[in-house]
Each structure stands twice: as C-alpha cells, then as structure tokens.
Design a protein around this ligand. Structure first.
Ligand SMILES: *Cc1c(COP(=O)(O)O)cnc(C)c1O
Ligand code: SF4
Length: 388
C-alpha cells in the first residue's frame, strides 16, 4: 500500500469547481474546499447567499423569501458549483432551488405517502417487508432535494444532532427481530456523521448474528464527495458485506470528484447500486437516463432502481406519468448492456410496498407458443411454452 499524502491534497478538484471557488469563496484554500466539514459549514441556505451566486428567477426568489415554516434549502459549495448559474430550468438547479409550486397540494398527495410512520414499530425503524428494515438514523442531509419523500422528517431544527437513545432502540429492535436479515441505513444521509459515530453504529449492527448484510443509502458521494476519505473507507470495509445505494439524479453529478468518491468505495470492496428518481424536466428522457447509466457503470456503480416520484405534497411539477418510466426502460432493454438497465419501481401509497413495471412483450398465445414482440418492436416471435 502506498503511504497516503494528507487527504485533502490528494482529492480531485475539477477545473469547474476550482473556478467556482475562486469566484465565490476567494478566501478558501484548495485544502478548505477538499475538507468536508468546511463544505458543511459553508452550505448555502439563505436567499442572500444564493442570490450572490445564482441569477434567481422571480419564482425562485419568491419561494426563497416566503415566510413561515418550509422545507429548508441547503446546498454545499461543491454541489452549487455543478448547478447552472443563469438557467432556472436546468436539471440539477430544479432539484435544489424551491419554486412556489412546492406549496400547491395536488390530488392524491400526502406528507407521508408511503405510510412509513404507520409501519414504524419503534421511532426510526420502518418495517414493511418481512426480512428487511429501513433504519432512519438522521434527519439531516448536506443538500435538500425538493422532491424528497421524507421532507416531512428531514431538515428539522436539530440538524446533525444525534439521538443515541433512538439509535439504541432501533438496534435493539433489529437484534430482537430474528426475521430481519437486511438493514437499510438511511435518513437523511447517514454519511453526515463522523467516522466514530458511524463506526459505533455499524459495529453494533454487524454484531447481530441474523443480519446477513448492511446497506447504506446516501447521496453524499455526489453532493459532498470529500466526505469519502480514505479513513472512512478503511472503517467501512470492516463491516462487509456492506452495500451502498447511491441516490443519483443526473449525469451532471458525475464529475472527477464524485468518480473519486465512488472509486474509493468500490476499492474498499463495497458494491454500489444506484437509485434514481424519475423527475419531469430533470431526467425524464431516455437519452439522459441511458447516458447516466453508462456513466455510472464506468465508475463501477451498478444501476439498481429507477423510481417513480412519490406523491409527496407539492411534487406535481416533478411527477411524470407512470408510462414514462416504462417507455424509458423499453428504450434501454436490448438496446444496451443489461447491466445498464435498472428496475423501474413504483412505491404504492399507503404502504403497499414497491412494485416493478416492465415493458410488455407478450402479445398472447397460439396453442403451445407464446407470441412475442422483441426489443426493436418486431412482432411474430414465438417461444415454445406448452400449456399442459
Ligand atoms: C425500499 C425499501 C426497502 C428496500 O427495498 P429493496 O427492494 O429490497 O431495495 C426496505 N424497506 C422499506 C420500508 C423500503 O421502502
Ligand atoms: S439526499 Fe435523500 S433524504 Fe436527503 S433531501 Fe435528498 S432525497 Fe431527501
């Protein structure tokens, strides 16, 4: 093994983020920029911070300055460097800057569309499926996605506080529930915690004999890649089999920095799967999804789920029709590597759970044959599938 240089010195800085730092954080050194705690401390949260960087549209300005309790805004300087500064309709910017439509409740929308609170045996645990649980260990994220399914929970006042009592109860629940073989540690974003805290948590989960695997759901490799320090990855690799589910939205997120973060995870032996929420005007286009999936494979992230946007209150401007996801999958399957094709998943409101939608290739039956349309839309293929 090579002796690591001081961490920050060896972290990638793209030209784009270097120019951004010089323009908007002129007093920050390259070392500051590569320090994830500096990134956290300098998050852009207020209309004034944002107006200094982005040409705010009247809608964005109005949404940022309206009074009252609203889902907070937060963008790390690094992630801000990826957003278009003048076009309010550009993909990543739409996912970060609020607009007044967020306050409009449309048909069927709810603050807890998946009825997670109802399937929660102890605070922080959602136990919906027989053999796996979701363990929500934080309500904080370095950035807040406007379409977040858990906007009812995240971004609370007690940002980054740790509720150890709640963690203990969650761990105790999993330890006492022998049917659970898979725990998905999520939030919020679990990787906002210090290495020591995460180590504490993973050690306890890892020690539960009936747990076969641990997953961590995170967006941090894309929004604050500097968090993926060699020390963190060294710690994580002690808890195999450990998987990471990477919440990725758009190819603009794939930069030298995020590639380095994913590479460090992959080099620590951690399989990374992707989860992408399909969003209108952001990524609801077969070419964008294909490009995203190809770029992910290049940095050793395996496409896992393409997710229909949940009907969270104020999400109508983000939601596509369910057919759109199926069409996108139809334009991938057969046309590109199977590894590049995620499952298209809809999560049923009211806690029914996820289901997967696939393009229909079966046209019917002719006696003992199935009649099939192939991936190119050519009909008349047959598969022998005797009825008797
Ligand atoms: C999505 C989800 C999981 C994990 O589902 P997989 O299909 O196994 O990835 C587990 N618990 C809850 C409550 C979920 O919403
Ligand atoms: S990173 Fe995940 S939990 Fe955090 S705001 Fe975005 S969608 Fe919500």
């Amino acid at each position: 093994m090579t002796q690591p240089e001081p961490q920050s010195a060896q972290f990638a800085i793209s030209d784009r983020s270097r120019q951004f730092r010089r323009a908007f954080f002129p007093s920050a050194s390259a070392e500051d920029w590569c320090d994830w705690r500096w990134q956290l401390r300098h998050r852009l949260r207020k209309a004034g911070d944002l107006a200094g960087i982005f040409e705010l549209s009247p809608d964005e300005h109005q949404a940022l300055t309206r009074p009252g309790c609203v889902f907070p805004v937060s963008i790390t300087p690094y992630y801000a460097s990826l957003l278009d500064r003048s076009d309010p309709l550009s993909a990543l910017r739409r996912t970060m800057l609020p607009v007044p439509e967020e306050l409009v409740a449309s048909h069927g929308e709810m603050s807890d569309p998946l009825a997670e609170d109802r399937h929660s045996p102890v605070p922080g645990i959602v136990h919906r499926y027989p053999d796996r649980v979701l363990f929500l260990v934080t309500d904080s994220c370095p950035v807040y996605c406007r379409y977040c399914t858990r906007s009812r929970l995240v971004g609370g006042k007690a940002e980054f506080d740790i509720n150890l009592e709640q963690w203990r109860r969650g761990i105790d629940y999993i330890a006492a529930t022998g049917s659970v073989r898979d725990v998905l540690v999520s939030g919020g974003d679990p990787l906002i915690y210090s290495d020591e805290r995460l180590d504490w948590l993973l050690q306890r989960l890892h020690a539960i004999p009936h747990l076969d695997m641990i997953r961590i759901g995170t967006k941090i490799p894309l929004v604050m890649p500097q968090r993926l320090t060699p020390a963190l990855c060294e710690m994580l690799r002690r808890y195999h089999p450990l998987y990471v589910s990477l919440h990725v939205t758009h190819p603009d997120e794939l930069t030298p920095e995020s590639a380095q973060a994913c590479e460090r995870l992959a080099d620590a032996g951690i399989p990374i799967g992707s989860q992408t929420v399909l969003l209108k005007g952001v990524n609801d286009d077969p070419d964008i999804v294909r490009r995203l999936m190809h770029e992910l494979l290049k940095i050793r992230v395996r496409p896992y789920y393409l997710l229909q946007c949940d009907p969270i209150t104020g999400s109508a401007h983000f939601r596509t029709r369910v057919d759109r996801g199926v069409e996108i999958i139809a334009q991938l399957r057969g046309h590109t590597s199977g590894y590049a094709v995620p499952h298209f998943i809809v999560d049923t409101p009211d806690g029914g759970g996820k289901f997967s939608l696939v393009p229909d290739h079966i046209d019917g039956r002719d006696g003992d044959d199935l009649l099939i349309t192939n991936y190119e839309g050519r009909t008349g293929f047959r598969y022998p599938d005797p009825v008797g």
